[in-house]
Design a protein around this ligand. Structure first.
Ligand code: ZN
Length: 95
């Protein structure tokens, strides 16, 4: 079998569906968590607005860009959160 090229590895990583779990993250003392191997993120269900948006981006960046450092993810998620918020991107309650 031919070795996978860089873009094929990247596609394999990002094509797997990311599972999102909303729950209270009290004892973890975090607003969000990312489980890279399982492609699963947990978001504190009490968050709203820009905090929710930025935290969701943060945890998704950990999943999709696993080599980024915590500081890189933190800076980029704040930047993208601000940009998307300014574009009026909002969470829609599907309930
Ligand atoms: Zn993080």
């Amino acid at each position: 079998m031919m070795p996978m090229c860089h873009i094929e590895k990247f596609k394999k990583i990002i094509m797997k569906k990311t599972k999102v779990v909303h729950r209270k993250l009290g004892k973890e003392q975090a607003l969000g968590l990312a489980y890279k191997e399982d492609k699963e993120i947990h978001l504190d269900e009490r968050m709203v607005g820009k905090e929710y948006l930025t935290t969701a981006i943060h945890e998704l960046l950990h999943i999709h860009l696993p080599k980024f450092s915590e500081k890189q993810v933190d800076l980029l998620s704040r930047k993208l959160g601000n940009d998307l918020w300014n574009l009026k991107i909002r969470r829609v309650d599907e309930g």
